[in-house]
Design a protein around this ligand. Sequence first.
Ligand SMILES: *[C@@H]1O[C@H](CO)[C@@H](O)[C@H](O)[C@H]1NC(C)=O
Ligand SMILES: *[C@@H]1O[C@H](CO)[C@@H](O)[C@H](O)[C@H]1NC(C)=O
Ligand SMILES: *[C@@H]1O[C@H](CO)[C@@H](O)[C@H](O)[C@H]1NC(C)=O
Length: 422
Amino acid sequence: MNFKSCLIILAGLYEVSSSRVLELSDKFIEVSSDGMWFIKFYAPWCAHCRRLEPVWAHVAQSLYNSPIKVAKVDCTRFTTVATHFKIRAYPTLMFIKGDFQHEYNGEREKEDMVNYALRMSQPAIQKVSHADSLGYLKETHPVFFGYIGKQQGPLWESFSLHAQKYQPHTWFYTFSHDIIKQEVSPPNETSVFVYKEGDIFFFEAKEVIDNDESLNVTLDKWINSERFGFFPKITRANINDLLDTEKYLVIVVVSENKLNEITQIEQDFKDMVEGIVKKKKGDLNHHFQFGWMGNPDVANSIVMTELTVPNLLVLNSTTNHHHLPDDDPVLMTPEAVLIFLDQIHTQTAPTYGGNGWPVRFYRGFYEARTTLTNMWRGNPVLTALVFGLPLGFLSLICYSVCCADILDAEEDEVLETHEKKD
Ligand SMILES: *[C@@H]1O[C@H](CO)[C@@H](O)[C@H](O)[C@H]1NC(C)=O
Ligand SMILES: *[C@@H]1O[C@H](CO)[C@@H](O)[C@H](O)[C@H]1NC(C)=O
Ligand SMILES: *[C@@H]1O[C@H](CO)[C@@H](O)[C@H](O)[C@H]1NC(C)=O
């Protein structure tokens, strides 16, 4: 397509708005496979969409000089577009490149979304050909994966498959053995490593190297469990991925206010735990994934009670059991935290929760109650209507059903007594 025809299509497609976000119409379906798009599917009435609006404008601004076009579609006006892309919730963010479509499920922060779009616009694996580039990568990426050696054989095949699978989440690079061997001294001519906030960890595949399928599975698990930083922020968006790491998830629970601030006591506790993570990462990284949570609601729904903040919650990702310290978390020293973690690892710490049916039943009950309470706090009238009306109908139906029974019964009885009298 030449530049002129491009312009004509563009003029026909978009209403020009003051922000860099392109407003698309249903004509988009025809041209969606041209170029790269990062699209917000929205509905004007949706509050989350409105909250995203200014952030989305910033994303468009940041990506303005890239080949990625940032756009939005009003799905209430252009329902065919919504149907075509199988949109089920608002807002849905989607990256489209040719026939490839991927829904973005990460944090709705400008930085995260821009990084994601830039990553998706590149091939899943990029080749590094200068020794100096490693330093640049370390400065610009908190976490990335690297492959060293010849691009052939089972390890390479598995690595490239997983690079595609995990491209939405992290970066993948290849290096020749020569340019990197002095910097990182790999254990083998062909190796896979992860760079994580200053440290390099190698993938050890010694025991599985003769079996391609188990190599594939092991590498998959390893990439999934190593792709997070040492102390990420945990939210509803990433907690399930973190639980998939099959490590213990150690969460510092604090309560941020609307300006994302926390109290000094919470900050001190968070810094203390982060200090332990940084100091002992070599030992702890194997079994524990740390992180912090600014919104205690998620933690509360896991432990099914209101936690005091700051707190330290440890989740067993395979059994969904959790552990809480016996002492007041605020009084814990780094030594006490390490002892607590060691007890969890040796399975001598007290355990709560899990996946048994009484727990699941109670969790359902707890969540329903919390949802109702929150709804009531947010909008009592609507809650009363939503639950009041059906309940009202239900009681009316119950009343008529039961009363009809009682009436029938009485009638029967009355008839019987009459008969007896006769
Ligand atoms: C090094 O890699 C090769 C090829 O992948 C493999 O055959 C060999 O066992 C590895 N050696 C070690 C020590 O891991
Ligand atoms: C290896 O894993 C990837 C992603 O998990 C999967 O798509 C692929 O089919 C697997 N290959 C084999 C040979 O098991
Ligand atoms: C969770 O608990 C099970 C059973 O007690 C145990 O085998 C496992 O090692 C624990 N840890 C993790 C991280 O799943």
